[in-house]
Design a binder for this molecule. Structure first.
Ligand SMILES: [Zn+2]
Length: 62
């Protein structure tokens, strides 16, 4: 999978990595943002992570 981190302040961009690896990036770098969204939207942290992962996936048509 290719990932381009959805957080605008972040330059993280990696090709051919596993979803778990991107999840690790989220937990390490965006823990606070995720927590904040979780509180604000009244959502589980896991759900916010899932949405962030899916929004950061890059699909290439080639
Ligand atoms: Zn990031």
């Amino acid at each position: 999978m290719n990932f381009n981190c959805v957080f605008t302040s972040c330059n993280y961009k990696h090709n051919d990595i596993e979803e778990e690896e991107f999840l690790k990036h989220l937990k390490e770098v965006h823990r606070d943002e995720i927590l904040e969204i979780s509180n604000k939207e009244n959502m589980e942290i896991e759900a916010v992570e899932m949405i962030t992962v899916s929004n950061s996936k890059v699909f290439i048509n080639s």
